[in-house]
Design a protein around this ligand. Structure first.
Ligand code: HEC
Length: 125
């Protein structure tokens, strides 16, 4: 086996081990924080892990997935005013339209912390 084949083999083997073990050593933030109370949760971290792909770091949804799927611009001042906390929580749990549902993936306190985080994204426009 030449060197590059060896490297490829090692990479594939590591990937397989990770699949089989479920990558337990690299638990997601969502799992790590599931049992924490709301005020101890790193909501920004959860947002980065679960939401940024579509809604973008700043919440404006100017990402590839956000544009393709038509994700809500979370900074929109009118949307922020028109939407209640309960509606935000409901949306995170159930995932309207092309958004995935997070009811099973995140705990109740994680979802509430995320809803509060969404409020901080409001733009001053
Ligand atoms: C795969 C892309 C995707 C991901 C990931 C995603 N969203 Fe969404 N989100 C959407 C789309 C698309 C909509 C618009 C749905 C619609 O038409 O009302 C949306 C809408 C929303 C809304 C507005 C709902 C309303 O009632 O107006 C909120 C709040 C929201 N997302 C929060 C989040 C949060 C928080 C996360 C992470 C936990 C997240 N989203 C992850 C795609 C996504």
């Amino acid at each position: 086996m030449n060197a590059s084949k060896k490297i490829l083999f090692a990479a594939v083997a590591t990937g397989m081990a990770c699949l089989i073990s479920g990558c337990a050593s690299t638990d997601t933030l969502s799992k790590q924080q599931a049992d924490l109370p709301k005020d101890k949760i790193n909501a920004g971290g959860l947002f980065a892990e679960n939401c940024v792909r579509c809604h973008g770091t700043n919440g404006r949804a100017h990402t590839f997935h956000g544009i393709i799927l038509g994700a809500q611009n979370l900074t929109d001042a009118k949307w922020q005013i028109d939407t209640t906390d309960d509606e935000i929580i409901h949306a995170i749990k159930t995932g309207p339209h092309a958004m995935p549902e997070f009811d099973k993936k995140l705990s109740e306190s994680e979802i509430e912390a995320l809803a509060m985080y969404v409020r901080t994204l409001k733009a001053a426009n």
